[in-house]
Design a protein around this ligand. Sequence first.
Ligand SMILES: [Zn+2]
Length: 616
Amino acid sequence: MKIIASLFVVLLFGCRQPSSSEMPEKIPVNDPHSAANFNEVVTKHLDLDIAVNFDEEQISGKAAWTIDNTAKVDHIIFDTWRLAVERVTLGTEEKSTAFTLGKDSGYLGRPLEIKIDTGTTRVNIYYSTSREAGALQWLKPQQTAGKKLPFLFTQSQPILARSWVPCQDGPAVRFTYNATVRVPSNLSAVMSAENPQQRSPSGVYTFRQQKPIPSYLLALAVGDISFKAIDHRTGVYAEPSVIEKASWEFADMGKMVNAAEKLYGPYQWGRYDLIVLPPSFPYGGMENPMLTFATPTVIAGDRSLVGLVAHELAHSWSGNLVTNATWNDIWLNEGFTTYFENRIIEALYGKPEAKMQEVFSRQDLARAIKDLGETSMDTRLKLDLAGRDPDEGLGTIAYDKGFAFLRTIEETFGRDRFDAFLKDYFSKNAFQSRTTEEFLGQLNAYFEDDSKGLEKLRAAEWIRGVGIPSNMPAAVSPQFTSIDSLLKQWEATKQATGLSKLIVSTNQKLYFLRKLPSSITAEEMATLDKEFGFTRSGNAELQTAWYTIAIQKQYKAATPYIEKFLIEVGRRKFLRPLYGEMVKTAEGKAWAKQVYQKARPNYHPVAYNTIDDMLK
Ligand SMILES: [Zn+2]
């Protein structure tokens, strides 16, 4: 497919010397977050054989790596984070070999250096995980929906895979995998791979991922999990008490895959399923291949938050198929995906819905730039995260500025030409990892006949510059214009009665809340609450927007609901603004600490590391 695609470009643009961007596989990648020597010797396939022990909160077993020693070196380096490495052998004959665990570098962990021969093709590592493993969250039965059985799920992105599997833990390295996972026989296991749809009476599960993936997409969930099909290639996994609600909420999944394929080419992963995790999952969703991991906070009961599924599905192209080569390039994953998500929403739910989402994205972008400071280097698309935990790069800039940049490309060259470029880009770079520079090289080459357009685009300024370039297209939604006039009217009269009949959809309500004047009083909040019932809303987006104002304005009627929300929900996106608002006053901070004591055991390390910092 790659050869045909390249040929097509050459035919379109006449005969020319192939640029370096057409052969980027050879360019060594400098990944500041991995100690692995993957430019010399690279892992190609993983045979994982592990047991999951809930009593010890430990995974142990064997990671057997098939390697390609291209530079004929005498050692291979893996990333690890607090793994106990018992022994290492080479080949199927399991010949013992020497290994050393290097110095502990905090969040980067310790390099595992193993002596190999120039002809070594297989390295077997016997290991076990630590209780602090950042990727693993062990849930007690009472932290699950069913309350009877424990649950385990992993979150490997960005550099947490090394805490449960010794690996070359950078997104430039891709490998296929087979896994055998042993779990208690009353539980099921699923992975980012071909999955079972029934429980195995022995508790032994086998998995196969035949497409090469980067390590951050290694994923495992174990619990009381059942399955319900949506159509021939999509379905939902969840705890039995959640499965009906979940399959209703995500009923459009099959249609979404079809819409995405129409836009950017065939879905390359076989099945597309989704698992609804317990509430402590720290993200909205994680695009683990073939099996999106999702927070239950998107089950709003009215399908209003399924944009998240469009986002995770879009990652099947941008991220999983064509991957950022390092975490400095994460906008290639998240900016593309936010754009693609918006296109799926438009195809499925119409332009007005997509435009509303775009307005929200711009609001988020403006707020992020304000918070970071307009001249902050962290407002650039291409980041420099060396010396920092790459988790810090997962802010909104990569998503919303990336989305705005792609919208600018679309406006500059026209939608048809940009779509053709994207389709070609995904096909040409399928199952490869790319840097920002490689993307830019391909963009420039594709549009080289339109030098005026390229000049107008000012791509370098978007990528390397701080703040927002002035050629960003405006995002306007007619649906929101009417809310603006209702807001004006409310400000003049402070009359809330009847408003809920005019401000109906979740988007409209969210827009209304975001635009409420900062002068609003607790008494005025009470009248709005009476009209809309925001405090008791089951919609996590609305709750977060409303509770943030409630904390600010000391609207006490919301207090018990805020506490309940913070204790039950572990999604960092919601926790951050709420705790952030609480810590602004001494009294609020004391309150935050008191709630956090009860809430923290329910949070994933990804979330509590962030909140620990905020409450220091
Ligand atoms: Zn994403």
